[in-house]
Design a protein. Sequence first.
Length: 153
Amino acid sequence: MTPEERLAELGVELPEAPAAVASYLPCIQTGNMVITAGQLPFVDGEILHPGKVGDRVPVEQGSEAARVAVINGLAQIKSLVGDLSRVTRVVRIEGFVQSAAGFQQQSIVMNGASDFVVEVFGEAGKHTRTAIGVSELPLNAACQISLFVEVNG
């Protein structure tokens, strides 16, 4: 089953990959590596579950925001390489979680992204990861995620 077929089976339609809003590229390929800029949990132009996880945002909503951010990252990758079947390996997910003081469950929040890429890519979706707590993120997003994937050709 291709990643696109798996997404359809999961009922997930990739959004349009948004353009960069400053002096950076939203996604870049160097050799066989494709890397996204930090992706926010946008749904229809709005940030899903804004705020600090562990305060205004419960862990479950933070995890849902991480899933949405990684879906947006996959949209960036597809926009650049044309077909997610070209992804041979998800190498790394770097996740930043806007965290309330004392919050220490960033890894649980990031499981929303990690579990999803494994659902989509199977064994090739198993990756390395960071889950870092930060005091603030752009647009008051609960999380921000960058993806590193290897592609063929």
